[in-house]
Unconditional design. Structure first.
Length: 241
């Protein structure tokens, strides 16, 4: 009887060990799927999305960069991901329209009024136009810089958290005959709560790839390959890896 109880106890302990080992296996399987611990899956969001072929002049570096920048915006602005912040565009549009209105108003006033009467206001209009144009140029150079995308999203768990992502890019020219021009992308991420007062996490990373990895000889872009590269980089930054 004592031997049976001992055997039953050993069997139960073996069953408990088996159950615990299976739970560990399940957890390992979940972590090995590659899903982002930040709760966002860039690649899954882009799967099944309608794609129109993108073809550019692969001899023009500006066209190649613009195509990649547009692909970044399209990838990150999907409904389940981020909402694009158009602050930089709005500021430059406001400065541009203001300079156009000043120039138009100054020209119209100078055409209708006599020269001596209109001269002070025309000079003021010219000076204001130069200031607005310079402000737009300085904003692009010092504030916007190489930024191509700024996105935000809010999530609600136990509290409202705000995530902000910024993507900047530039072209690295070929430094040798056998080295192709490269697309350099930099990703910055910040997660905060309490209206940005409490910083919960941040990350930053950058990578570069040759344009030839994403464009064939005819200039057709391999969008899926580009999305996989950018998506993996964004997820890694968001996870703080």
């Amino acid at each position: 009887m004592a031997r049976r109880k001992a055997a039953n106890g050993v069997a139960k302990s073996v069953e408990v060990k088996d159950v615990s080992s299976s739970s560990v296996a399940v957890d390992t399987t979940k972590s090995s799927t590659g899903a982002s611990t930040s709760g966002i899956d860039i690649l899954a969001a882009s799967t099944g999305a309608a794609r129109e072929p993108i073809k550019v002049n692969n001899m023009n570096l500006a066209d190649l960069k613009n195509a990649c920048d547009d692909a970044v915006k399209k990838l990150l602005s999907q409904p389940d991901l981020f909402q694009e912040n158009h602050q930089h565009t709005d500021v430059k549009l406001a400065l541009g329209w203001a300079s156009v209105l000043v120039a138009g108003g100054t020209a119209l006033y100078g055409w209708k009024a006599e020269f001596e009467v209109a001269k002070p206001l025309v000079w003021a209009g010219v000076i204001l136009y130069v200031i607005l144009t310079a402000a737009s140029t300085l904003y692009s150079f010092f504030v916007e810089k190489n930024t191509v995308y700024v996105g935000r999203r809010k999530t609600l768990a136990k509290r409202i958290e705000t995530e902000r992502i910024t993507v900047a890019s530039r072209t690295l020219p070929a430094v040798a005959a056998r080295v192709a021009p490269r697309y350099h992308v930099s990703v910055s991420y910040m997660r905060s709560s309490n209206g940005g007062k409490s910083l919960l996490g941040r990350g930053q990373s950058n990578e570069e790839r040759a344009y030839t990895e994403f464009f064939d000889e005819e200039g057709t872009m391999d969008q899926e390959r580009f999305d996989r590269w950018v998506g993996a980089l964004v997820e890694r930054v968001m996870d703080g890896r």
